[in-house]
Design a protein around this ligand. Structure first.
Ligand SMILES: [Zn+2]
Length: 368
């Protein structure tokens, strides 16, 4: 059982962004590897706090976590989980403010700050069928990579630390302040050889085909993360991520509502009276359904498990087939005579029994 992210940070579920940030900062400082050299438990706690903060500091991820719990981030290439120390420092380094990072760098052993390349964002349009089964998409992405032949050298201004330390004498005594090195932008390295076609950081744009595994059950507006497939960073920096926003294509026959699907089935007067067998489209192929004789317009047939699988891997939605009886708009002379003859017939008189729920009762049932 995975520990609750709110518990890890020691905040309540209703905590504000500022409270979450403050709580994370406290934990991060408490368990910072510089303060706990060689302490594996502290390192574990440090990582856990960062993982919790990664989710709870992002409004989208937080909303998903609040709704689905840890399952929202398992499998299928979602972010969260498995963060390494470099990720933590590159993403949340700024949370430590000036107090950390400036003196000897992170990690105790003179670790350099590594810059991170920028993230790339793309949108992927999916059909309901693809969403129902999950799909692997190969997408062409234009991303910056280090141009072949580029070499970097240690920055002379900061000697590779990425930080410039200044000592000033103040009324309170000697103060040491650290700022990001302006020569290398904090990377600790500067470009040594810039081949033709590369920019000032030694990067160039290339087109690359990236394979993206999309799990079943995603929906419009969700975002997947492909770690390391954003822009590369110069020198020994780490690549940014590729963020994939999900778009859902409209289906000609099926309408999605959560994980349930709705289908409007039109049947004739005769089919309603005599019963029928009809083939209908589902997201996983056609199925044949039987319509009982005497079916009423507005009846909803529920095909269990024929909807969209839940993103968290538990269960599937249903396919709800709405029966609509088609009333003929024009009649032949013969048909007109027939219906006129039937107008007073007992069998044609509406006589709803307790089994025939009204439209409003059915709607009530669906949401109860
Ligand atoms: Zn520098």
């Amino acid at each position: 059982m995975k520990e609750d992210f709110y518990d890890i940070l020691g905040v309540s579920k209703g905590a504000s962004d500022a409270e979450i940030k403050k709580a994370y900062r406290k934990k991060a400082i408490e368990y910072h590897p510089d303060k706990n050299p060689g302490d594996k438990t502290a390192e574990e706690k440090f990582k856990k706090a960062a993982e919790a903060y990664e989710i709870l500091s992002d409004p989208d991820k937080k909303a998903r976590y609040d709704q689905y719990g840890h399952q929202a981030f398992e499998g299928g290439g979602f972010g969260g989980g498995g963060m390494n120390m470099d990720d933590i420092f590159s993403q949340f380094g700024d949370i430590f403010g000036g107090g950390f990072g400036g003196f000897g760098g992170f990690g105790g052993g003179g670790r350099q700050r590594r810059t991170k390349g920028s993230n790339l964002r793309i949108r992927v349009k999916l059909t309901l069928e693809e969403i129902a089964t999950g799909v692997e998409k190969k997408i062409k992405v234009k991303r910056k990579i280090q141009a072949p032949g580029t070499t970097y050298k240690t920055c002379g201004t900061c000697n590779g630390t990425g930080q410039v330390t200044r000592i000033t004498n103040t009324i309170l005594g000697r103060m040491q302040t650290a700022t990001t090195c302006s020569t290398c932008g904090g990377a600790g390295q500067s470009i040594d050889h810039q081949p033709a076609g590369a920019d000032a950081q030694g990067l160039k744009v290339t087109e690359e085909t990236v394979s993206i595994k999309i799990p079943a059950g995603v929906e419009e507006g969700m975002q997947l993360k492909v770690t390391g497939k954003g822009n590369e960073a110069p020198g020994n920096g780490i690549a940014g991520d590729l963020l994939v926003a999900i778009e859902e294509q409209d289906h000609p026959l099926l309408q999605r509502e959560g994980n349930n699907l709705h289908y409007d089935l039109y049947i004739s007067f005769s089919e309603a009276a005599l019963g029928a067998s009809r083939e209908i489209d589902t997201v996983t192929g056609k199925v044949r359904i039987k319509i009982e004789e005497g079916v009423q317009s507005g009846k909803i047939l529920r095909l269990r498990g024929k909807g969209i699988p839940s993103i968290n891997g538990y269960g599937k939605g249903d396919l709800l087939v709405h029966v609509n009886v088609w009333t003929p708009k024009t009649l032949s002379k013969e048909q007109r005579e027939f219906f006129e003859k039937m107008a007073k017939d007992d069998h044609f008189m509406p006589n709803p029994d307790s089994g025939e729920k009204s439209f409003f009762e059915k709607v009530k049932d669906m949401f109860s």
